[in-house]
Design a protein around this ligand. Sequence first.
Ligand code: SF4
Length: 354
Amino acid sequence: MNPHRQQTAAISIGRVTIGGGAAVSVQSMTNTLTSDAEATIAQIHALTLSGCDIVRVSIPDSESLAAFAAIKRASAIPVVADIHFDHKLAIGAIEAGADAIRINPGNIGAKDKVKAVAQAAIAREIPIRVGVNMGSVKRALLKRFGDDRVGALVESAREQVMVLEDLGVNAIKVSLKSSDVRETIEAYRRYAAISKWPLHLGVTEAGTLFSGSIRSAAGMGILLYEGIGDTIRVSLSADPVREVMAGNILLECLGLRDQGIRVIACPTCARACADIPTIAAQVEEAVSGIKTHLVVAVMGCIVNGPGEARDADLGVACDTNGAMLFVKGHPLKRLAISEIVPALLKAIEKETSS
Ligand code: SF4
């Protein structure tokens, strides 16, 4: 584990601790209609199985709020309610059992409305996440800071957190997002230097599965490596389960989470004796929720295959007659190509249940 995490205050979202040296947690957000409780509960279940620590659900209207209590009751992981503009929805979500709420005090409106939300959160002892986005920074602030757009974003977060602190809120987490990766990095760095509150990292509007994963890994990877960030969400225009998979992989490869299955696969070339991308993707998808740490190698031919498969905890090296399964460095048995995925999953199950 990286010993140089920046010290932040610890807050609790349900049973998950954020900040104060706790393990960096992975979040995602449902993209079903919250008013459709059944679909939302099914998606939260899938996210839980994929290793999601905390899920966020938007509450855009009263129909969504009506479904929220049942969603919260059915969820095995803490649920954050995401509310904009309407303080009554925020209070309703808190009363319905939200483990935290995400608001932007700036768009909740008059001070008495923000105060009512703050008091409800204090009474239920749940944290508030202040999420500021470059797109929602007030024009006056942008004008005041001129070319220093990041300065305006940081000041916006500082002001909004101060509003909550003045109202007595003592459990806050903060996100400062821009769709520009470099602005995001700079904003978090500058805010981390002036605040004790734990930080929720994300690159907003990151993009599709491919480009969004890269942009998020670039931005969050740098910050996490510098010790900044207590919880993360990889925002993708894709199935949210992919967000969790990407988040878990990011933490694992930075040494911030020594759990989960790391699937390594060769890039393939003209020598490949099997469809390695499909095999590796099928294995990765099937094991994404497993917490035990294992390295599994899926290799296309005898050039690098046996060496990598031997070095991993489990591995397959394909050849012109099928593949060899390696377990803990030893060749165990020959497989037909069609047997690789089930054989690896069976071996993973054996290793992780022993
Ligand atoms: Fe090509 Fe074999 Fe290397 Fe895979 S292991 S990239 S198939 S040489």
